[in-house]
Design a protein around this ligand. Structure first.
Ligand code: HEC
Length: 135
């Protein structure tokens, strides 16, 4: 009888920890170097910047982040990580330099765009575009 109780308690404990482990996958902090945090956007957010960035957005970002940037792109269900909701305050509260860094360098499934979009001003324009996605 004692062994039974012991076994049952152990099973419950194992199930509990396994569940806790599965659901406690907190987002890893994405550290932005100081140099980037303080950078100001050299590209003015005017009609020209937004129009050119929109083309880049449709070509490079929409498949994962979705048309309005909320993370519902057609490729999103195939990813292990949820593409960030770029309209959210968690993203919109970040500095232009922080967004520039993340888009340029990527991490895991978020591609490193400085390889594909080699003109930094185009990435700055994309940052301007991301600002238009704010809810
Ligand atoms: C292949 C899918 C994919 C594509 C294409 C993609 N992203 Fe992402 N993006 C992700 C994923 C997944 C994350 C979350 C990564 C993480 O937190 O590790 C992310 C994160 C981000 C973040 C950081 C959000 C934060 O947590 O601070 C920004 C900004 C971003 N993406 C912008 C863009 C822009 C702009 C483009 C196009 C130039 C783009 N992404 C293209 C999948 C993608």
């Amino acid at each position: 009888m004692k062994t039974n109780i012991f076994l049952i308690t152990s099973c419950i404990a194992i199930a509990f920890f396994a569940t806790a482990f599965t659901f406690s996958n907190p987002p890893k902090p994405w550290i932005v170097p100081d140099k980037y945090l303080k950078m100001s956007n050299p590209v003015k957010s005017d009609a020209k910047s937004i129009a050119s960035a929109k083309l880049l957005w449709v070509k490079n970002c929409q498949d994962c982040h979705g048309k309005k940037g909320i993370g519902d792109g057609s490729k999103a269900p195939d990813l292990k990580a949820q593409p960030a909701d770029l309209s959210s305050s968690a993203i919109q509260s970040q500095s232009d330099g922080a967004l520039f860094f993340k888009i340029s360098e990527g991490r895991d499934e978020m591609p490193k765009f400085k390889k594909e979009i080699t003109d930094p001003d185009e990435i700055w324009s994309i940052v301007n575009y991301v600002r238009t996605l704010k809810k």
